[in-house]
Write a protein that binds this ligand. Structure first.
Ligand SMILES: Cc1cc2nc3c(=O)[nH]c(=O)nc-3n(C[C@H](O)[C@H](O)[C@H](O)COP(=O)(O)OP(=O)(O)OC[C@H]3O[C@@H](n4cnc5c(N)ncnc54)[C@H](O)[C@@H]3O)c2cc1C
Length: 476
């Protein structure tokens, strides 16, 4: 997020001075690291949670799915611009074509997927979506889903060839390199410990050098708290009223990974399915081809785990330390009203390795344990916020918190995440810089042409954008 905001800012206002502090020894070691997230270019092409079934069997509502897709187009456009100006290198170093498939089992879900397809096939941003309930066709799309499948249960799948796998770690590192080449300063092993407002409205940051234990104080007119799971902690320290009433609900994750070339060569897709009852939407299991550092492997998961840390390299005291009088009621009401989620998380925690493996076998009946290793994924820090009726709600999206004067912004939440970083950081730019940068909208449109308009409302423009970004990014 910080790399995206910094790069946007440098391009719309080249004279701006930027200083980045990172507590770890390199960028992209937390959620943006390729092995800590699934690398799905979230465009709602295959993730069923963005378009849940209707309650009465009518056609499901595509609004959320279209909105997510629209947001991902902004990322494709911005990354294309960065490739064109040499800020990002060869596109295959960070984005690769990987068809997105939704795969369901059972008559009820087959019927839902068919209706979902009926709606999306006419949407410009979902052009080319295919549906099949024929096992032979599905086998030609993703052989590992069908091989060894004995049950005569009905199955169905949709496929969109323009889906992508993204190495968000590579995007992050390359954007920070671009910023460094353009006079921004990136300091690793530097932890922001505190933030205080100066009398002139600027901010004073207390920064600890974790190698020397020295403390430095830095002044800034604008601060972006791009601290992932620790953003809430720093926003609370800033004392801004807008951060009151927020909490964080951490969900850990694990994957199974294989690099066995015989398996990898048989699966070139990201296959998403339905979530189990009570599971948070981001814990929907999926079987993905990943390309990281030019090497392909398969990833299955994530399995949700219970872990109180807000960052993978965080502290077990993160959750208790985030409690404040203003967020006690939201925390308590989320704990009391999300019983099925908590039961699901406890159930996941108690699952043996063999039980976890059964979930993979539902996708890939021929999977053998000796091919797969279990890895820890990143921490998701979901937003808990005040709610007038319920006291508090758990929110699965992201939320930008900005002070009333626009001098500090921070991002809470995890999903849809890195894929929509451009959309979310454009919101930060709009909130904090529209008054200070003349013609901001026009400047942004040079980098992200569809900013401020809706591609989904104009089939011609949608087609043109998909084609031109596909060409520059060398994807389908
Ligand atoms: C299991 C999992 C799967 C996911 N899958 C996907 C996916 O398929 N597609 C997708 O688009 N998104 C996915 N996401 C979400 C995505 O990874 C995140 O939304 C995104 O990476 C967040 O980026 P960020 O910059 O906000 O946070 P991070 O990448 O976590 O970066 C925050 C940085 O701030 C640093 N930091 C924290 N506190 C301080 C401090 N006090 N001082 C200095 N530095 C500090 C941290 O060390 C870290 O480097 C997934 C996330 C998880 C956990």
């Amino acid at each position: 997020m910080s790399a995206t905001l910094g790069t946007l800012l440098k391009l719309v206002k080249p004279e701006i001075s930027i200083q980045v502090f990172e507590r770890l020894d390199a960028p992209a070691q937390e959620s943006s690291n390729p092995w800590n997230n699934a690398g799905t270019g979230h465009a709602a092409l295959c993730e069923l949670n963005y378009m849940p079934d209707s309650k009465d069997g009518s056609l499901p509502n595509p609004a959320k799915a279209i909105a997510i897709n629209e947001q991902f187009q902004l990322s494709r456009q911005f990354w294309s611009h960065l490739v064109e100006i040499g800020a990002l290198g060869d596109p295959s170093s960070f984005i690769n074509s990987t068809p997105h498939i939704s795969f369901v089992r059972g008559a009820k879900d087959v019927d839902y997927l068919r209706r979902r397809f009926e709606v999306l096939k006419d949407e410009p941003l979902f052009a080319g979506i295919e549906f099949s309930d024929d096992p032979k066709v599905i086998e030609s799309w993703a052989p590992l889903l069908i091989k060894g499948r004995k049950s005569d249960q009905p199955i169905a799948a949709t496929r969109v060839e323009s889906g992508t796998d993204v190495d968000f770690g590579s995007v992050t590192r390359q954007m920070f390199e671009f910023l460094k080449r353009n006079n921004a300063n990136f300091q690793a092993n530097a932890e922001v410990k505190d933030l205080n407002r100066n009398s002139d409205g600027s901010w004073n940051l207390t920064v600890r050098n974790l190698e020397t234990s020295e403390t430095d104080y830095v002044n800034a007119k604008f601060v972006f708290v791009g601290a992932g799971g620790w953003a809430l902690k720093l926003l609370q320290k800033s004392g801004i009223a807008e951060a009151r009433g927020y909490g964080t609900f951490p969900v850990g994750g694990q994957w199974l990974r294989t690099s066995n070339p015989k398996l990898v060569e048989q699966h070139s897709a990201k296959v998403y399915s339905q979530a189990s009852v009570g599971a948070p939407p981001m814990s929907v299991p999926h079987l993905d081809k990943r390309v990281v550092d030019g090497k392909a492997s398969l990833l299955f998961g994530p399995y949700a785990t219970a872990n109180p840390k807000f960052l993978k390299n965080g502290s077990i005291f993160d959750l208790p330390a985030s409690l404040r009088p203003s967020n006690l009621i939201p925390y308590l009401s989320v704990a009391l009203t999300n019983f099925s989620l908590i039961r699901y998380l406890v159930g996941e925690l108690l699952k043996t390795k063999a039980k976890k493996f059964d979930a993979l076998k539902d996708f890939m009946p021929t999977a053998s344990p000796e091919d797969w290793e279990l890895l820890n994924a990143g921490q998701r820090a979901q937003v808990i916020k005040r709610d007038k009726v319920k006291g508090g709600v758990l929110q699965f999206g992201t939320e930008v918190i900005t002070s009333h004067d626009g001098s500090i912004s921070g991002l809470l939440g995890a999903s849809p995440g890195a894929s929509t970083a451009v959309f979310v950081m454009l919101e930060v730019l709009d909130r904090s810089f529209s008054a200070g940068i003349p013609d901001l909208k026009k400047r942004i449109q040079k980098l992200v042409p569809s900013y401020g308009s809706k591609l989904s409302a104009d089939a011609k423009k949608a087609k043109a954008s998909l084609e031109s970004t596909a060409k520059t990014l060398k994807i389908k």
